[in-house]
Unconditional design. Structure first.
Length: 347
């Protein structure tokens, strides 16, 4: 090797070392920023309930937990895609403090629930899971209020398609969700209409249906991607990192297969069967399920009590605006037996 070549090699090695050092420094700053967030301590200690082991119709074991007084009225919480029941960390204590009994469970393939038996992640299977939870955890003399976030709300619609809604449920909250045309209206990859097919292909193969491994720790790059796609401007660093941990612990197959099922779903017809009082909650800045989805749901529901559009809020309303989400659920629980009032829009 010539002297000039040797110098170039040394310069290259030095450049790589400088990049590695800069990356390590950025990561340390990122970790310190998350640790310094006042929300960090609370997010490290999610509430712990009484464990319930439930079997779905196809044999999949579901992990559920009950919180609050056993004799109280029951609210069932259904989390979303790539989340776990701890996603409701802010909401559960508020509902329990208001005197409710809360049951939350991990979706199939998520958290402490088993992977789907026979590898099935179709929306109908998520509906069967909800039926199993209602049957196993809600006393016979009760009808529950059910609140679902994102895939959780889709699971409620899938359940309604094949089950007697008023027999088991007296009120429903659908939060940050859609029931069809999910990719046609997403704002994650804003493109002209002429390129919509390309956008949808990217969304399915590169996002919803991807089985690519994810880093098992928060990095400045992963943090920025999650913040852009799922959170509003006021979300704190610890809240974003809290969701990241749920995202990377979701098994790739469950993440991808459930994502593909969502991309192809059409549950508009199921909305007519949700004849109980229903509240719809949207985030004004939601890129994944924009408010247009919620407006369409509200217009098609037989008894929509309220459509709430939360300003400066994206896809993670139960984390970003837990007080408003909890108040909506409690209001629904209080007035679910009253006469229909039509659609009210609040910002």
């Amino acid at each position: 090797m010539t002297a000039a070549g040797h110098r170039r090699r040394l310069a290259g090695v030095a450049g790589l070392a400088a990049l590695a050092s800069a990356g390590a420094l950025a990561e340390r700053r990122h970790v310190r920023r998350i640790a310094a967030d006042p929300e960090a301590p609370a997010l490290q200690e999610p509430p712990t309930g009484r464990p319930l082991n439930i079997r779905s119709a196809d044999g999949t074991r579901l992990h559920a937990e009950a919180f609050g007084p056993e004799a109280a009225d029951t609210v069932v919480l259904v989390h979303g895609w790539t989340e776990t029941l701890s996603f409701w960390i802010y909401v559960i204590p508020r509902l329990v403090a208001a005197g409710m009994r809360v049951v939350a469970y991990d979706l199939r393939g998520h958290g402490r629930s088993e992977p789907a038996a026979a590898g099935e992640y179709a929306l109908a299977r998520f509906g069967e899971d909800l039926e199993a939870v209602l049957e196993a955890s809600v006393p016979e003399e009760q009808r529950a209020v059910v609140a679902g976030h994102s895939l959780g709300a889709m699971s409620i619609a899938a359940w309604a398609e094949d089950h007697d809604v008023p027999r088991r449920v007296r009120g429903v909250a659908m939060i940050n969700s859609g029931v069809g045309d999910l990719l046609a209206e997403q704002l994650l990859i804003p493109v002209p209409s002429i390129a919509r097919a390309v956008s949808q292909a990217i969304a399915v193969r590169g996002f919803l249906g991807s089985r690519a491994p994810l880093p098992h720790f928060s990095t400045p790059l992963s943090y920025a991607a999650v913040r852009y796609s799922a959170f509003g401007p006021h979300a704190s660093p610890a809240q974003i990192a809290f969701y990241e941990r749920m995202l990377w612990t979701t098994p790739p197959r469950a993440r991808a297969d459930a994502g593909i099922a969502m991309s192809a779903m059409d549950l508009f017809g199921a909305l007519a069967r949700l004849t109980v009082p229903t509240v719809v909650v949207a985030g004004a800045a939601d890129r994944l399920t924009p408010p247009s989805h919620s407006r369409r749901i509200a217009e098609m529901l037989p008894d929509c009590r309220e459509l709430i559009v939360l300003p400066d809020t994206a896809h993670m309303s139960p984390l970003e605006r837990p007080a408003e989400v909890s108040a909506a659920v409690l209001s629904l629980a209080a007035d679910a037996t009253e006469a229909p009032s039509g659609i009210a829009r609040a910002s």
